[in-house]
Design a protein around this ligand. Structure first.
Ligand code: VGL
Ligand code: ZN
Length: 181
């Protein structure tokens, strides 16, 4: 068995709907794009994830959920932001579009862990949107799946429904063994 480490960059939900002007805009969300574009060149495996909801998703207000409609599959808002470099992307994942389930983690009900293992990945660096939801849950799930996990804080931004949610998410990640760098 080789002990060689291999790190994947996981870019979470860099979609128009989470950027300023989008349906669920994360303050300053697009400011991370140049940071992520720089990081992309440093990793042999680069994964992008996309929130990918049917129009009647349970997380939307009309269905009793907390969020305005966002990242509806096939719409402009669900597309990756055009300023994000495409060339280094190894694997582009859409999260499951089950109308009745919220999946903040890119590992839930997907084959991401198997895909990474089959590429020889041992470690992950997680960046993107939003720190307090999909970044947090994806990083915790990567840890749970046995990967080493770092979160690059300057490559993430938070929704901050409550003002300190992003800060508290990073504290929770640290407490659970994720390196925040
Ligand atoms: C997200 C809220 C709802 C995220 C997705 O990508 O962090 N947040 N859906
Ligand atoms: Zn969503």
């Amino acid at each position: 068995m080789s002990t060689k480490r291999k790190t994947a960059l996981i870019i979470v939900d860099m979609q128009y709907d989470f950027c300023p002007g989008g349906a669920l805009a994360v303050p300053d969300g697009d400011a991370v794009i140049p940071v992520i574009n720089r990081l992309m060149g440093e990793y042999p495996v680069v994964v992008t994830t996309q929130d990918w909801h049917p129009a009647n998703h349970c997380s939307f207000v009309a269905q009793g959920g907390p969020w305005p409609p966002h990242c509806v599959e096939g719409t402009h808002g669900a597309e990756l932001h055009a300023d994000l470099n495409r060339a280094p992307i190894t694997y582009q994942l859409h999260k499951p579009d089950n109308p009745n389930k919220e999946t903040y983690s890119a590992f839930e009900d997907t084959d991401l862990a198997d895909q990474l293992r089959s590429l020889g990945v041992t470690d992950t660096v997680v960046v993107g949107l939003a720190t307090d939801y999909c970044v947090k849950h994806t990083a915790l799930a990567a840890k749970e799946a046995g990967f080493g996990v770092s979160v690059a804080a300057d490559g993430c931004r938070a929704v901050n429904v409550n003002p300190d949610d992003g800060k508290r998410a990073l504290e929770e990640l640290r407490a659970k063994g994720v390196r925040v760098v």
